[in-house]
Design a protein around this ligand. Structure first.
Ligand SMILES: [Zn+2]
Length: 279
């Protein structure tokens, strides 16, 4: 139990913004944005608590997964105004199809095409990933190749998606939400090592942002195309594969022959709390 108390779920009211690095009042980022999933009563766990099932008394949040981590400008003017509307739109469209498939059992085509604005969609995903950890009191965000690339890309609207960055996505039919800011995955099978990646998962999609993936490391999901995309409002077509759906805890719970490394305090998993006396 003692170990659980060390993990902070509540942050400071002011500090250095996780995205732009400016010192200011910190605002709550809802992950995912409220237009995607209605915030409800949830239990919060870290990845270790989730994997080990060690937390018998998880922290509870009344309004979903939200983290005091970014300044008002990054939260409202950039994420909320410029980028979230595209993520919300895409999620609404995919959610509609996934619900029809699951609830009515209608047989749908294996894949459905969807038109997206990748520059806005990817910045929304990256913004919430960067917001998905508590700032360290009195310290600027950690500077390293992968997080710096994410921040610079997010903040510079004229920049293109970095060469070494790939964004994989798949259908995620679960009401659990998770954000894992930094996840390294290695393999004892000679597949190489992913030193930097981030995860954002909520109904109906999961996004895995991967930095500098070795070609030997297999990821069998589709990537958001980026080669021909430049302008913010340029569109491209992606395919939503309704049948190729991995287990719900892929890839953060490693399969045989793989191992993971992460910072415990930058992993947040939220699960809707069941009403008392139910299950
Ligand atoms: Zn900021």
């Amino acid at each position: 139990m003692k170990k659980d108390n060390k993990i902070k779920f509540k942050g400071d009211k002011e500090g250095y913004c996780n995205i732009c690095g400016k010192y200011s009042q910190l605002t709550r980022d809802h992950i995912p944005p409220q237009g995607c999933v209605k915030p409800t009563l949830v239990e919060l766990r870290t990845l270790t608590q989730y994997i080990s099932e060690s937390s018998k008394n998880p922290k509870v949040s009344q309004s979903g997964l939200n983290i005091l981590s970014i300044c008002g400008n990054c939260n409202n003017n950039l994420l909320g105004t410029e980028y979230d509307p595209e993520l919300i739109e895409v999620c609404k469209k995919v959610a509609g199809v996934v619900r029809i498939q699951r609830e009515l059992g209608l047989s749908l085509p294996e894949k459905i095409p969807l038109s997206i604005k990748p520059q806005r969609l990817i910045r929304s995903v990256i913004g919430h990933i960067l917001a998905g950890k508590l700032p360290i009191t009195g310290k600027l965000p950690i500077s390293a190749l992968f997080p710096d690339a994410l921040r610079n890309y997010f903040l510079d609207q004229s920049s293109n998606i970095p060469d070494k960055l790939e964004i994989y996505y798949w259908v995620y039919p679960s009401n659990k939400q998770s954000v894992i800011n930094s996840l390294a995955i290695g393999s004892g099978l000679g597949e190489g090592f992913i030193s930097g990646s981030s995860l954002l998962k909520f109904f109906p999609l999961a996004f895995w942002v991967v930095w500098d993936k070795p070609t030997s490391f297999p990821i069998s999901f589709t990537k958001i195309p980026k080669d021909k995309v430049k302008d913010l409002d340029e569109t491209c077509q992606i395919m939503i594969d309704l049948r190729h759906v991995p287990r719900l805890d892929y890839p953060e719970v490693p399969s045989e022959g793989r191992y993971i490394m992460y910072h415990e305090d930058s992993t947040f998993l939220a699960q809707p709390k069941k009403p008392k006396g139910f299950g």
